[in-house]
Design a protein around this ligand. Structure first.
Ligand code: ADP
Ligand code: MG
Length: 733
């Protein structure tokens, strides 16, 4: 028994020791440690909460102040932004309130936990004490269980505390976020307030400006009002003075009326008197008319006399003018020689042979120089056209000659030069830049129109070709081949028919070509049709058209017939435009057969032309017209007071230099033949001394003094060469 009790005692003792150690453990960990941390946390949270509440209150206060300071505007963007922010703030506030409530609940919970724990502690302490007492009395194994339970509860409490701490931490974060949001909203609020302040300042500025403008307007209105009043006053004054004048006038008129009444009586009596006169008027009028008629007849007779006198004077003046013109032409020389140098074209190519050998004297447009074999030969003519000269420049120089054909003169223009030197270009030209032929006809049309009030003028043209001394009409055409009906009837003729030149049977000594077609032209269209026909005919029967055209002379013969509507004087003028065959010396290159014949014929006719011109210029008694078909045909256009122009064409190329020099020598010799006028003779002598000729003349017979042609027709003095001026009615001088 005693041993059992002792065992129990030992057990209790052990239990007591264990309890004591537990107590010591509990005691060594200050019993209030967990509680103190929680309390501290709780206190911090409470403080933080208080601070937040205070901040919230102060923010609300500031917000209200700001709201009060913002001017009320309802529709602007800022007010909308404001209300949006306000709504956000109220939502945030609600959230904050919710969180504050949660915080206070948590606080309450913590308090409860704390209290619960305190109670438990007390209860535990009490039990420990009880245990101690019980142990002291009967130490039991239930002690162990109690201490175990306490451990477990203590752990649970710790977990609760951690939970409470984490929740507290979460709440603090939330509060931080809310505070940040609040700060942002404050900043936004500040921005809106700043913008609205700016807007208000602008509004005030505008108002001030408006006020100023209103003030200015009022001032201007005032000025206008003053002016208006002043004007009204002035007008009123003026009207009053005018009224006064009108009144005065009215009084004057009244007085006049009174004084006029006797005058009216006088007038009435005068009127009655006039009435009587009018009754007698027809008789008086008849007398006056017959008297006036007499006077008019007398005046008309006088005018007629004066007119007759004027007409006589006019005719005398006309004759004097023509005499002067003839004298002028005689002094200038009826035969003139021009030279045209064609430009270098692409077809000329390049190379040593193709260098330019022609140069000009810039101060003298009648001189040109040719460089050849290291020497420079100088040639003097009436005018030299440089390569840059245009068709219109050439025409300007020959225009006066062409006009004189309307006055009844015969005119010849020849283009002379080697093949390829530009003869056809100068005479015919290109379709878009015509030469002398077309321009001459156009010019004549213009002159005809201008003179139509005084003259009835008509222009006819013929086209002929001289090839191998045979004359051929270029306007004759096979009726079967002519499409144009009017042309078909007009020109029905064999184009290859040879024509003869005959003396006119009327004994006038004039030459004519029977059967040579003459076409009346009135417009550029007509000319073009005629030219085209001539071109087609010239090309027919020849395979190489260009070669053929360079070996034949082409003639465009324009006749202008005019009748003066006042005097009845009839004039006939002829214009011959000749594109001569190439002047190159083919005969020297050993040509044979038909080619040699062609060359001989060309040489013959050009030689004859040169001889005729020389004889004419030196006023020889004998002119060898009959030496060629060309000169024979043109006889009446070369002699008498006819006018001749030789356009010598040359190429500027080195390869053509021999032919160029030949052509220029021919030109110069033609020109330097004695004219009869002293001035010209001196000039020609000067030319000869300046000239340095090396080469032979192309047509060697052209020399001064050689004029003994057999069968020549001495028409230099004949009536055939005289200008045709025939009076169709008696002219009183
Ligand atoms: P020709 O009738 O003397 O044989 P062309 O009139 O047929 O010579 O001229 C030979 C070439 O030189 C042609 O192609 C022509 O267009 C050209 N030509 C001649 N003179 C001129 C000029 N003044 N301006 C421009 N081209 C020209
Ligand atoms: Mg030609």
């Amino acid at each position: 028994m005693i041993s059992c009790l002792q065992e129990d005692k030992v057990k209790l003792q052990e239990e007591l020791n264990t309890a004591e150690s537990i107590q010591q453990c509990l005691g060594s960990t200050p019993p209030s440690q967990g509680t103190t941390d929680l309390e501290k946390h709780l206190e911090i949270l409470v403080l933080e909460n208080d601070r937040l509440k205070q901040e919230l209150n102060s923010s609300q206060l500031r917000f209200q102040q700001l709201r009060a300071s913002i001017p009320t505007c309802t529709d602007c963007e800022h007010s909308k932004e404001n209300s949006r922010l306000r709504e956000q703030t109220s939502v945030l506030r609600l959230e904050l309130e919710e969180k504050t409530r949660l915080l206070s609940e948590l606080e309450q919970h913590l308090k409860d936990v704390h209290q619960d724990r305190t109670e438990r502690e007390e209860r535990l302490n009490k039990r420990i004490r009880d245990c101690h007492l019980a142990l002291a009395k009967h130490p039991t194994p239930g002690m162990k269980f109690i201490s175990k339970k306490m451990e477990v509860e203590s752990l649970r409490m710790k977990q609760d505390l951690e939970e409470a701490q984490s929740r507290n931490h979460y709440l603090q974060e939330q509060i931080g976020i809310q505070r940040q949001l609040l700060t942002e909203q404050e900043q936004q609020l500040q921005g809106s307030w700043h913008t609205s302040a700016q807007l208000q300042a602008q509004i005030m500025m505008y108002e001030a400006e408006l006020e100023q403008v209103r003030g200015e307007m009022l001032a201007a209105l005032q000025v206008m009002e003053d002016e208006k009043n002043q004007t009204i006053e002035e007008v009123f004054q003026h009207a009053r003075s005018e009224m006064k004048t009108v009144h005065d006038n009215l009084n004057g008129v009244r007085m006049n009326l009174l004084s006029i009444q006797p005058a009216l009586k006088t007038l009435t009596s005068d009127y009655n008197c006039l009435k009587n006169h009018v009754r007698d008027f027809p008789c008086l009028l008849q007398d006056a008319v017959s008297q006036t008629k007499k006077e008019i007849y007398q005046a008309v007779e006088e005018a007629n006399g004066i007119n007759q006198d004027l007409l006589r004077k006019y005719k005398r003046e006309m004759q004097l003018r023509k005499k002067c013109h003839n004298e002028l032409v005689r002094l200038r020389g009826n035969i003139r020689v021009f030279c045209r140098v064609r430009p270098i074209t692409r077809e000329d190519g390049a190379g040593l042979d193709n260098r330019n050998v022609v140069s000009f004297d810039q101060d003298d447009d009648a001189v040109l120089c040719i460089s050849h074999r290291g020497k420079t030969s100088l040639f003097e003519l009436d005018k030299v056209f440089q390569p840059c000269a245009l068709q219109v420049d050439i025409f300007r120089e020959v225009q006066a000659l062409i006009t004189s054909c309307i006055d009844g003169y015969n005119v010849c223009i020849f283009a002379y030069g080697q093949t390829g030197s530009g003869k056809t270009y100068t005479m015919e030209g290109l379709p878009d830049d015509p030469g002398i032929n077309q321009r001459a006809l156009q010019h004549l049309f213009g002159e005809v129109a201008e003179r139509s009030t005084d003259w009835d003028l008509s222009i006819t043209v013929s086209m002929a070709e001289i090839y191998n001394e045979t004359l051929r009409d270029l306007l004759g055409s096979d009726p079967q081949k002519t499409e144009d009906l009017t042309m078909r009837n007009l020109l029905a003729k064999d184009p290859s028919e040879k024509l003869e030149i005959k003396l006119s049977p009327d004994g006038s000594g004039q030459l004519y070509v029977p059967g040579l077609i003459q076409i009346r032209v009135q417009s550029v269209d007509d000319i073009n049709k005629v030219f085209e026909l001539g071109r087609v005919n010239r090309a027919t029967d020849f395979t190489n058209v260009n070669e053929h055209s360079s070996r034949s002379h082409a003639l465009l013969i324009v006749s202008v017939t005019g009748i003066n509507l006042t005097s009845g004087v009839r004039t006939v003028g002829k214009l011959n435009l000749v594109d001569l065959a190439g002047s190159e010396r083919v005969g020297k290159s050993g040509a044979e057969g038909p080619r040699l014949r062609e060359a001989q014929n060309i040489n013959k006719s050009l030689l004859a032309l040169g001889d005729v011109i020389c004889a004419l210029r030196s006023k020889q008694p004998y002119i060898p017209f009959r030496n060629s078909k060309l000169t024979y045909l043109l006889q009446d256009s070369l002699s008498g007071d006819s006018k001749t122009l030789m356009m010598v064409q040359v190429s500027p190329m080195g390869k053509n230099v021999n032919e160029t020099i030949c052509s220029l020598k021919f030109a110069q010799r033609v020109r330097s033949v004695e004219l009869g006028a002293a001035g010209r003779r001196a000039e020609s002598q000067l030319c000869s001394s300046r000239q340095e000729c090396e080469l032979e003349s192309p047509h060697s017979a052209i020399q001064q003094g050689r004029h003994n042609y057999p069968g020549g027709n001495n028409v230099g003095k004949s009536t055939a060469g005289k200008r045709r001026l025939v009076a169709s009615s008696e002219v009183t001088n």
